[in-house]
Ligand binder design. Structure first.
Ligand code: AHG
Ligand code: MN
Ligand code: MN
Length: 341
């Protein structure tokens, strides 16, 4: 008897729980899944790209081997266009939205926002990278081309979000609003198989993830919180361990499972932080909240923020609830109340 449940099977079974579901969301998720397999194959070959490149080998589509982030972007767009249930895509890699003009796509009910390859500076050093995606139901009428309004919705309106981490194993983690579920790629059959059902994140963790090299640019509140994390206090397991990969996807995947806080704060150099609200912050906020954690910009719940523009940046404090709440207390006392006084 086969025990394994594949991602495709799981998606279809979950769809059954929504009365009136048409299968359109499942089709979009499967398009992301297909892209993930293709990107994973390419990522696995990344170390060989120089060798292959000099040999002039072409990829599966007969094209010269492209930069991995361009390749990932192209693959995602191609799969989403072909699935017929997506009317447009916004990508960290592109300045404007990608409006699908095909008649079939115009009828599509969903838009997808994505960071096709997160952590791309880590490609050359063989460290985990990934794909992040966020799915909304369009607000413009079906049958017409999609508009910017479809993409500029509050994170709380996401119908699904997830990521794929290309690590020692490839893993697909997503939520469609009913818990967070993780699937590990079994390369022998080429399928993502359910390995982590109903993932939850501990309310109190022991890991701090922040680029401390930027301390000179942090606000007083952020500095004070980071210092507090390093103080000795056995009952609360302080000092916390520091872990920072430089791929948000790898840092958050680890923290989701083990518990911890990931911070990319506002700095004097980047007053709005570095990470993108639509492609990085929102999808992770949706997942972490589904897993029982918290996600804020230091003051507000990230999912309540109405985006102003596609590539808007946002500070982020995300992870184990108790840790995020504590960090917010520090910001309140040292940054907000002090400035107001
Ligand atoms: P991307 O590769 O999509 O540009 O994203 C990189 C991001 C994120 O993954 C990571 O957490 C962060 O940049 C690291 O930034 P610093 O090097 O400034 O710490
Ligand atoms: Mn990124
Ligand atoms: Mn990227």
């Amino acid at each position: 008897m086969r025990e394994v449940i594949t991602l495709s099977e799981f998606i279809v079974q979950s769809q059954e729980q929504f009365p009136g579901a048409t299968g359109a969301l499942s089709s979009v998720l499967r398009a992301v899944e297909l892209s993930a397999k293709l990107i994973n194959r390419e990522v696995t070959m990344a170390g060989l790209v120089d060798i292959i490149g000099t040999m002039g080998v072409k990829n599966a589509y007969g094209e010269e081997v492209a930069k991995l982030d361009d390749f990932s972007n192209e693959i995602m767009i191609r799969s989403l266009r072909n699935c017929g249930d997506c009317c447009g895509v916004a990508s960290e890699e592109e300045e404007d939205i990608h409006v699908f003009q095909e008649e079939l796509c115009k009828k599509g009910r969903y838009v997808v926002l994505m960071d096709p390859l997160d952590g791309s500076s880590n490609i050359d050093v063989n460290v985990s990278i990934g794909t992040i995606f966020s799915i909304f139901e369009r607000v413009s009428p079906q049958g017409e081309v999609c508009t910017h309004e479809d993409f500029l919705q509050e994170g709380s309106k996401q119908v699904a979000a997830g990521y794929v981490v290309y690590g020692p194993s490839a893993m697909f983690v997503y939520s469609a609003g009913q818990g967070v579920h993780g699937f590990t790629l079994d390369p022998s059959i080429g399928e993502f198989c359910l390995s982590h059902q109903d993932m939850t994140t501990p309310w109190q963790g022991k890991i701090l993830s922040i680029n401390e090299g930027n301390t000179a640019y942090f606000s007083e509140g952020t500095k004070a919180y980071v210092n507090w994390c390093k103080e000795i206090e056995k009952e609360s397991s302080r000092p916390y361990g520091c872990r920072y990969v430089g791929s948000m996807i790898a840092d958050l995947h680890r923290n989701l499972i083990k518990g911890g806080i990931f911070i990319y704060p506002a700095t004097t150099k980047s007053p709005a932080g570095k990470l993108r609200l639509l492609y990085e912050c929102n999808p992770f906020a949706f997942l972490i909240v589904q897993a029982g954690g918290l996600a804020t910009d230091g003051q507000r719940n990230l999912l309540d923020i109405k985006p102003k523009e596609l590539h808007q940046r946002m500070p982020i404090f995300i992870g184990s609830g108790a840790m995020v709440e504590k960090a917010m207390e520090f910001l309140k006392v040292h940054d907000i109340e002090k400035v107001e006084a």
